[in-house]
Design a protein around this ligand. Structure first.
Ligand SMILES: C[S@@+](CC[C@H](N)C(=O)[O-])C[C@H]1O[C@@H](n2cnc3c(N)ncnc32)[C@H](O)[C@@H]1O
Length: 256
């Protein structure tokens, strides 16, 4: 395997095996999603699982932003790809109350946890894979939040394959929403302009998103982004950490 391809479905499936087979929770590497998910499934232990570094457990402002940007509740079937423990999927169900909501993740432990905890949604353990031509995505809204194929590689070929795969069965007017850290050179951000030009039947729009904590407290996205622009350099100095810039990309299927 090329090391850069660790995020591909066949390699993720293989690497999850070691976590599924190891019942010694002390030994599990929580830097890895699969270790963290296993601890969450068995002990629901937020601290020792380090789940906060893998999943957003308070995604309300993200989902509210999606609703505001897309304008209302006209969606009937929504899919959250790479849903992890299902916190965003559950929030989608609370905001898009008229819709049927499903979440998909490759991780068995994550899906077992989500199915038990969030009964209003349907959860499926499956790998999203463009090579799987039988996979059907007849949804009118698909969310991909910090989804590895868009966040762990800068391969244009893979980004084209995944966007094509996720939008191929979508009705006209349906949208794929990608939400992720944008100043990441190993991600879709580096291919954004090329991708826009590549898909003539898809309309791409990019929206700046605020620092998470600011977005949680200030409900106007524009104001929260404005405040984030000023606070980011200050927080960088105080915390000695890079404070990332996030974007939401809305890709809508339009008539050719
Ligand atoms: C960083 S986590 C984000 C989880 C959640 N969306 C959130 O924001 O809290 C990425 C998730 O994508 C899942 N994933 C990665 N590649 C996948 C694929 N090809 N098919 C399904 N799930 C995948 C991983 O198992 C992991 O749970």
């Amino acid at each position: 395997m090329d090391n850069r391809d660790w995020w591909k479905p066949e390699n993720l499936k293989e690497s999850e095996k070691a976590f599924l087979e190891n019942d010694n929770l002390e030994e599990l590497d929580t830097e890895n999603e699969f270790g963290s998910y296993k601890i969450m499934r068995i002990k629901d232990d937020l601290e020792n699982s380090k789940i906060h570094s893998h999943n957003d457990l308070q995604p309300r402002y993200r989902v509210k932003s999606i609703q505001k940007i897309l304008g209302g509740n006209r969606y009937h079937k929504i899919l959250d790809v790479g849903c992890g423990l299902g916190y965003t999927t559950k929030e989608l169900a609370e905001v898009f109350v008229e819709a049927n909501i499903s979440g998909i993740d490759i991780s068995e432990d994550a899906i077992l946890y989500a199915s038990k905890k969030f009964k209003k949604c349907e959860f499926l353990c499956e790998a999203i894979d463009p090579l799987d031509i039988d996979q059907l995505f007849d949804y009118d809204l698909i969310t991909a939040i910090e989804f590895f194929p868009f966040t762990r590689t800068n391969s244009l070929e893979d980004h084209i394959a995944y966007i094509s795969h996720l939008t191929k069965d979508m009705r006209l007017g349906g949208s794929l929403v990608i939400f992720q850290l944008w100043d990441n050179p190993n991600s879709l951000s580096v291919n954004y302009e090329v991708l826009r030009k590549n898909f003539s039947h898809l309309d791409f729009k990019a929206y700046d998103m605020p620092i998470t904590k600011i977005g949680t407290f200030i409900h106007s996205r524009r104001l929260a982004v404005f405040i984030s622009i000023f606070l980011r350099p200050i927080l960088r100095v105080i915390t000695k950490r890079k404070i990332g810039l996030y974007k939401m990309i809305v890709i809508t299927k339009s008539a050719d």
